[in-house]
Design a protein around this ligand. Structure first.
Ligand code: ADP
Ligand code: MG
Length: 573
């Protein structure tokens, strides 16, 4: 007896899009289904650490891809964790992934643009409907008795049907009933080339039936026919376990694209075997552009932890500090115990060592990119890389000033700012220092809601007049982050919006005298202003910081700046 269920509204909407957008890279459906099969095997391996019986009598995990020309079906089968009936209903009928949901919100309604977006992003299981007008999934969860298998069938419209099924073998078979225009996928050659392109790095074997040449009889032409023998069609060695010299840049890029679903090549990567008290392999990538959920500090991380090629977790903060959440990659350690809970792993000394080592590695990758920027011999493309990185991720990196005290100096060197002398965010603190006026004792900066507001602030008047550069900051995080950076290379940072900016020796005697005289002359005015503003202003004084404007608000030295106060007020504090 089969039961009918409706898709969650969002799924129906997504399916409509998938089936109505004809687009150029249809073939990504195979990447998505193979990666689900591989994930299912990873999950089995992980659960089996505590319950070896889950392997039943088939301990070798694998994915089989096969097709039937007559029936026009393409099947992707795995012997991974499988799904119970309820899991099939839940996981294949709703969108649980926040990433996919965010993707949906990005949809523009423009078919071509949206189609391209799916191509880059992948929509997981539902990608199958790009090439299939019906999908049958047969699955049995590892550990459940054979009669508790499930068959799930859908034509990709509003609903799907589910019924019980007896399946002697655990795992999942996804059977695609191919559309008329998807006949090209009924070909070993075609399938192999797609697998080589997207799934070569999958660390378990992907098998296909071997083909053999059969001579034609009675003057018929010969042809390739399928045999009953299965052969692996991928390398099946986790890319990161290979020596660096055996991996080509193309393979690194393809691996990056597989783990990140990013269609663009990464800006940089680092592949190292780290020796020492904790030994591990790290393969880390810096993407070229920010993902849609960059500002979600809670999202799962881009770095996955493996122990001897068994996937353990991708919990963000255990492996990478939050301010490096844009990094993608893999860390594999042989030293960690396999059979330990995720909670314990997070507290392990080895994991801490890995996190510290990986943080330093990422910072040195960034330092290398920053060096290329000034390297005469570098290509234009290489020179542009750090600027690209900064515009995508600079605001995130700044969080590190407050989060990672141990690396604060290194982070400070990586910062880039707009300034009163630079219209692009290209000024490093070292550049600024090199341009400081004689007698200038501080690095001056101003924070505001927008760059335009910063630039036009009356607080800058005196600095302009004297030709002193001021860093302009308008990222939301600046105010907070700059609290943690009080000096750079021995020079204090000073907000021009705080206290009586002391221009020190930059102010000449005549100016000082003029200010003092003015303070005398205006004493009665100041007294009156102070009295009438007594609950609102702590002090009212004559200043030399203004040139054209009559008055401005400043914060006290130790107090919050006006910008921070405004932010807190907005946040309801
Ligand atoms: P994602 O893989 O990112 O979670 P998908 O849309 O690709 O999203 O898959 C949705 C869910 O369906 C998976 O999270 C998993 O629970 C389940 N699933 C899909 N394919 C398989 C499979 N081959 N074996 C077991 N579960 C699967
Ligand atoms: Mg998936």
């Amino acid at each position: 007896m089969s039961q009918k269920h409706s898709f969650q509204a969002e799924v129906a909407q997504l399916l409509h899009l998938v089936t109505h957008s004809l687009y150029s890279n249809k073939e990504i459906f195979l990447r998505e289904l193979v990666s689900n099969a591989s994930d299912a095997c990873d999950k089995l391996r992980f659960e089996a650490l505590e319950n070896n019986a889950l392997y039943e009598d088939a301990p070798t995990l694998e994915v089989r891809v096969s097709f039937d020309t007559e029936a026009r079906t393409l099947t992707i089968a795995d012997n991974g964790i499988g799904m119970s009936q309820q899991e099939a209903i839940d996981h294949l009928g709703t969108i649980a992934k926040s990433g996919t949901r965010e993707f949906m919100h990005k949809l523009s309604g423009d078919q071509k643009a949206d189609a391209q977006l799916i191509g880059q992003f992948g929509v997981g299981f539902y990608s199958g409907f790009i090439v299939a007008d019906r999908i049958t999934v047969e699955s049995r969860r590892a550990g459940l008795p054979p009669e508790q298998g499930v068959r799930w069938v859908s034509g990709g419209a509003g609903d799907f049907e589910v019924e019980a099924l007896t399946l002697p073998q655990r795992g999942t078979r996804v059977i695609l009933h191919l559309r008329e225009d998807a006949t090209e996928y009924l070909s070993s050659w075609k399938l192999k080339s797609i697998i080589a392109k997207y799934s070569d790095h999958i660390s378990l074997p992907i098998l296909m039936r071997k083909e053999t040449w059969k001579e034609g009889e009675d003057n018929q032409p010969g042809q390739m026919v399928l045999t009953d023998e299965w052969e692996p069609v991928n390398q099946a060695s986790a890319l990161w376990t290979r020596p660096r010299k055996d991996v080509t840049p193309e393979q690194y890029q393809a691996f990056y694209q597989q783990i990140s679903h990013d269609s663009e090549a990464p800006l940089a990567w680092a592949h190292n075997r780290v020796e020492g008290s904790t030994e591990y392999t790290q393969l880390l990538f810096i993407p070229a552009h920010a993902p849609m959920d960059l500002w979600n500090r809670e999202k799962s991380a881009g770095v996955k932890l493996y122990v001897k090629r068994v996937f353990i977790m991708d919990e963000a903060e255990a492996l990478m500090p939050v301010y490096l959440r844009f990094v993608k990659g893999v860390i594999d350690s042989a030293d960690l115990p396999l059979n330990v809970s995720r909670e314990l792993l997070q507290e392990s000394r080895d994991v801490r060592a890995i996190r510290e080592g990986s943080t330093k590695r990422v910072l040195s990758m960034l330092e290398d990119l920053a060096k290329l920027e000034k390297d005469e011999a570098a290509s234009e493309e290489d020179k542009a890389k750090y600027g690209k990185f900064w515009s995508e991720f600079g605001a995130v990196l700044k969080e590190g000033l407050g989060e990672d005290f141990g690396n604060r100096d290194r982070i400070a060197k990586l910062l880039r700012f707009h300034s009163t002398q630079a219209d692009a965010p290209t000024v490093s603190l070292a550049d600024y220092k090199a341009r400081m006026k004689e007698g200038q004792e501080a690095i001056y900066y101003i924070t505001a809601d927008t760059l335009a507001a910063a630039k036009n602030s009356p607080q800058l008047e005196v600095f302009r007049k004297k030709g002193i550069e001021v860093l302009l900051m308008a990222d939301r995080v600046d105010e907070w982050a700059l609290n943690y950076l009080t000096e750079f290379d021995g020079t204090p940072l000073q907000s021009v919006a705080k206290g009586a900016v002391d221009l020190g020796t930059l102010q000449d005697e005549a100016e000082k005298k003029a200010t003092e005289e003015a303070a005398e002359t205006f004493k009665p005015v100041l007294e009156r202003l102070k009295a009438s503003l007594k609950d609102k202003a702590e002090d009212v004084r004559v200043t030399s910081r203004l040139v054209d404007s009559p008055a401005c608000l400043v914060a006290t030295d130790g107090g919050m700046s006006t910008q921070l106060a405004r932010m807190l007020k907005q946040a309801g504090q």
